[in-house]
Design a binder for this molecule. Structure first.
Ligand code: ZN
Length: 275
């Protein structure tokens, strides 16, 4: 049974092949609605654009995922207990399209209400990332969170971006995703158009992922995503152990964790990028 729906749109002229994904997390409905709205009418001039609804079962159930996070399933090998999950099979359905693609844009939205839009990419994609309608560009995730769709493209040194459009319950997120998608397709030269100048960018590099090894992790307080620490700060406690961030650290996704070996938070640093 297929767990993806693929719609290929081909331009009159030769050009590059782009893959755009929505529904890698099935509950991020704004991006599904965006696909429903634009795919039938969008005119591709050059090359090919492959639109993929990525996890039909999770989309149908309104869940982030069924068996495992699909955005960690794009690995050459998965641990045995994960390799038969629905998402492991789904990744294997999507991979041939990624292998064919020159460029990838994977659309996401966040569960947290105060989340800011940002790009996930590696350095070879920074030129594309600059044309995205958001301020924050983050790099260096692959070493800490392997198995994303971008990760698979990055293994082949291709252009790949994840776009986090903001809170999934906010209709602005869908509009941001649409702007991101259009700019991406213009940059890829699949469609005609001009990219409006976007905000000045801030570049962040992920440098650390904290996982709890021995006890549940309880955060000290709520941290806004991308909150910069003004001083050395107690982020939380793993059992009796106090876990600190240093001055200048930027915290992302700080969460309480009951189970062991879970992702409790990430640390990023500001990064200089030559213009
Ligand atoms: Zn997502």
């Amino acid at each position: 049974m297929n767990n993806i729906k693929v719609i290929e749109k081909i331009g009159k002229n030769p050009g590059k092949t782009s893959v755009v994904l929505a529904g890698v997390h099935g509950n991020e409905v704004g991006n599904i609605k965006l696909f429903d709205r634009i795919i039938t009418t969008i005119e591709i001039s050059n090359g090919k654009v492959i639109f993929i609804y990525a996890n039909l079962e999770a989309i149908k159930e309104g869940k982030r995922f069924i068996g495992m996070n699909l955005n960690r399933a794009f690995m050459k090998e998965l641990p045995e207990k994960l390799s038969n999950t629905l998402e492991a099979k789904t990744a294997r359905e999507i991979i041939p399209y990624l292998n064919e693609a020159d460029f990838l844009l994977d659309l996401h939205a966040s569960n947290s209400m105060d989340s800011k839009p940002f790009i996930v990419c590696e350095p070879q994609s920074l030129e594309f990332a600059k044309s995205m309608p958001c301020k924050l560009i983050t790099t260096n995730w692959d070493g800490f969170e392997p198995g994303s769709t971008e990760y698979w493209m990055n293994l082949q040194n291709k252009i790949a971006m994840g776009f986090e459009g903001g809170y999934l319950g906010d209709s602005e997120s869908e509009k941001r995703a649409e702007a991101a998608l259009m700019n991406f397709l213009i940059k890829a030269e699949n469609i005609e158009g001009t990219i409006e100048p976007t905000q000045k960018k801030e570049y962040l590099k992920i440098i650390f992922l904290y996982k709890n090894k021995t006890s549940p992790f309880i955060k000290t307080r709520d941290f806004a995503d991308f909150e910069k620490m003004e001083e050395k700060t107690l982020v939380g406690k793993e059992g009796e152990k106090e876990v600190y961030a240093e001055r200048g650290d930027i915290l992302i996704f700080v969460r309480d964790r009951k189970d062991l070996n879970e992702e409790c938070f990430l640390i990023a640093k500001e990064m200089e990028v030559k213009r």
